[in-house]
Design a protein around this ligand. Sequence first.
Ligand code: SF4
Length: 202
Amino acid sequence: MEIKNLLNILENKGFKTYFTETTDEACRLLAGLIGKDDTVGAGGSATLDETGVGKFLKERGNKVYIRKLMPDVNPDEVMKNAVFADWFLTSTNALTENGEFVNTDGNCNRIASQLYGGKNTVFVLGVNKIVKDVPAALERIRTVAAKKNCLRFGYTSNPCVTGGDCRDCPRETNICHATSIISLPPRSKNVYVIIVDKELGY
Ligand code: SF4
C-alpha cells in the first residue's frame, strides 16, 4: 500500500499524520510539537530509543517519565506518571492498512497510556510495522514483536521462541496479558502519528 493512502485513511479518522525520511527528522518534529514546559511519558520502546527523543527532551528541560532515563526512581511511579503526562510517546506493535493500531502488553501501562490519561499520544513507527489487517497484526506480534521481546528478557523457553503453542506459555514469563485495537483516536485525546521511512524497532 502507498504510504500516502494510509496517511489519508488515518487523517479521515481524525489522526494527525506526518511522514519523515529519517529518525532525526522525527525527533525535530516531536521537539516542535511538544512545549518546553510540557511533561512527557513513554513506555519501553526500541523505536523511540532509536530516535533518541527522550534523552533530547530531558536535556532540553522537559520533565520526562521514561524508566530507562530514571534508573533511581521506582518503576511503578514512573509508569503511573507517564500515563498522565501531557504527551505519551509510543511506538505500536502493528498498524494495519485500515488504520488500526494493534498492541499487546504484559504490564499494560503502555496500552493504558495510549488509551487514556494525558491530552496527547504520539505513535512513532517505521514502515516495517505496517501490516494488512488485524490477523496479520496479531501474527506479527507473536512471530516478531513478542518473540524478540522474549529473547531480550531471557524468556527463551516461551513457545513463540521455541515454535510451540501460545496456550502453553507459562504465566510467569507470558508478556501478552492484554491486546488493544485503536480504530479511532480516543475521544479525550489528540493522537499524532509519525511514520518514518525506515525499519525501526520491533
Ligand atoms: S503468549 Fe507467550 S508464547 Fe505467545 S507470543 Fe506471548 S509471550 Fe510468546
